[in-house]
Design a protein around this ligand. Structure first.
Ligand SMILES: [Zn+2]
Length: 422
């Protein structure tokens, strides 16, 4: 029977060149599942490297044998096994020596972590856990280690040649905890994220940029909050500050959602719908908030139902859609339409839309500037939705940095490949 040489096995397992492998063995765990254990060790010249700086340290002692999970072989789990050394480094004291197959303080190999990170970006969390047999809570720290490394390799360029950026605050947990997100409009990706919001947090972003990087920024978009303007003015006085179209539309969708909630409560109080029964107004939420062009057949039917049963809600919906369409016109076409919209909203008497009419009138010229800027609202909306969905996926993460890493992996334009495919 032909046997596989150690060298061939090493290549099949995609292990680094400076690793020596021993004879694999098969073990059974308590549940009777088979696992493959491959003894490994680094080349002699690489056994005593400090984990902090990679320099040679003085041998200190040897720790008990431990295992690192590697890519599965067939259906079985595969572990690398090694008793790591500790070394005394002149600069860093006693540390566990570096191993060529895994990151510091990780129980998984580089390849395994890369595969898990790739999967978390492309598959739902249930699929990630089922396929990798790793609990979702452990996936967070893996994503963080991979994202940190990728950012260290590729991340410096994220801040280069920024031309137009957008800043937004996104809630990441119920109870209104906020995170500040900075997006590169030209490349449609997230460049920076930080817990908290307000001027001090936005300052942190600019502090990371070099003067040249700050000088390249020409446009800063946001929801029109004063702290954004003030901060932008302090760090990038040359940049034009623009309200983004996405937020203008969201003023109307927020107002619309309040009208819908009120209508639904009213209907329940009047006893026209029983608790628990399928209520057309409550069910129409997504149909109402979605862009008209994106509706499914079912949602179109729901809207028709709203049109026939609730005049106020239908009126509010039409106002929202009209505002969205106005933003797609040229500035010259939009100007009179916008004025008319503000008047109609104000006169509609619909709660929420009356003050919105005033707001639109007040921000008339700002909105025209938004339209002139030519920034695509659809693109803004797309990246914003992507961030929000990713945040929902990451809800199970206890650690906020892990959540940020997942968003950066998914929306940050980092080049994340499957192991061995680069
Ligand atoms: Zn060191």
């Amino acid at each position: 029977m032909p046997t596989i040489s150690a060298g061939a096995l090493k290549r099949m397992l995609h292990l680094p060149a400076n690793v020596v492998i021993g004879t694999p063995r098969i073990e059974r765990d308590r549940t009777g599942r088979e696992t493959v254990v491959v003894p490994v060790r680094p080349y002699a010249r690489d056994t005593g490297r400090c984990a902090e700086c990679g320099g040679h340290g003085r041998p200190y002692d040897r720790l008990p044998t431990r295992r690192w999970r590697h890519l599965d072989i067939g259906c079985a789990r595969l572990f690398l096994e090694y008793a790591p050394r500790r070394v005394a480094c002149a600069g860093h004291g006693v540390t566990v020596a570096m191993v060529p197959w895994a990151r510091r303080k990780s129980a998984y190999t580089y390849d395994f972590e890369q595969q898990v990170a790739w999967l978390s970006v492309h598959a739902p969390r249930s699929a990630v856990s089922a396929l990798t047999r790793v609990d979702w809570k452990s996936v967070g720290p893996i994503c963080r280690r991979v994202a940190d490394d990728l950012r260290a390799e590729q991340g410096a360029g994220l801040f280069d040649h920024l031309r137009s950026i957008g800043v937004d605050e996104t809630s990441y947990r119920k109870g209104h905890k906020y995170m500040t997100v900075v997006v590169d409009h030209d490349r449609g990706r997230v460049v920076w994220m930080h817990p908290g919001h307000g001027e001090k947090v936005f300052d942190l972003f600019f502090q990371q940029l070099t003067p040249a990087q700050r000088a390249s920024i020409q446009v800063i978009t946001g929801d029109g909050a004063r702290w954004i303007d003030e901060c932008a003015f302090r760090w990038c006085p040359q940049a034009e500050r623009i309200l983004d179209g996405f937020h203008i539309v969201s003023w109307a969708t927020d107002a619309l959602d309040k009208v819908r909630t009120a209508a639904w409560r009213e209907a329940r109080k009047a006893g026209t719908t029983r608790k628990g029964a399928k209520d057309p107004i409550k069910g129409a939420r997504w149909a109402l908030l979605k862009n008209e062009g994106d509706l499914t057949a079912g949602q179109k039917a729901q809207l028709e139902c709203v049109a026939n049963t609730n005049e106020t809600l239908w009126e509010a919906y039409k106002l929202k859609e009209r505002l969205r369409m106005i933003l797609k016109q040229t500035a010259d076409e939009a100007a009179p339409m916008l004025r008319q919209w503000a008047v109609d909203a104000f006169l509609s008497g619909i709660p929420g839309f009356v003050p919105l009419g005033e707001k639109i009138a007040r921000r008339h010229f700002d909105i025209l500037t938004t339209i002139r800027s030519g920034l695509s609202n659809a693109r803004l909306e797309a990246i914003n939705n992507k961030i929000k969905t990713t945040i929902k996926i990451g809800y199970g993460y206890r650690n906020l940095d892990n959540l940020i890493s997942l968003v950066m992996l998914k929306c940050g334009g980092l080049d994340l490949q499957l192991p061995g495919r680069q």
